[in-house]
Ligand binder design. Structure first.
Ligand code: FES
Length: 112
């Protein structure tokens, strides 16, 4: 966690690539991913509707905005699956991109 006078920023680690980025307090996880400026990080609907930003949170505290059951089942949610655009970090986070999101996140790193 990085604390400045203005706000708290959490350190987010993308396990698939080893990348880290900072996420401002109250900002959903996809905002920081898009700011990485890499090809392959999709900027979808940012509202939980398209399901393109599916992740699994491996470690850390977070709160979720309403998730579409079309993209994240209740069982998956209980296992830490979420959508990056519906997940607000409340601590440093370690996550994995999953499904289609994993393919695009890792593609430009040659992991696929
Ligand atoms: S960007 Fe569409 S569900 Fe996250």
């Amino acid at each position: 966690m990085v604390e400045t006078k203005k706000n708290v920023r959490y350190i987010i680690n993308i396990e698939n690539t080893g990348e880290t980025y900072e996420s401002a307090d109250g900002e959903h996880l996809l905002v920081g991913m898009v700011k990485l400026g890499r090809k392959g990080i999709p900027s979808g609907c940012h509202g939980g509707g398209c399901g393109v930003c599916k992740i699994k949170v491996k470690n850390g505290k977070y709160r979720k905005l309403t998730l579409s059951r079309e993209h994240v089942s209740k069982e998956e949610e209980s296992q830490g699956f979420s959508l990056a655009c519906r997940t607000i970090p409340e601590s440093d986070i370690r996550l994995s991109a999953v499904g289609q999101f994993k393919k695009v996140v890792t593609k430009s790193y040659g992991f696929v």
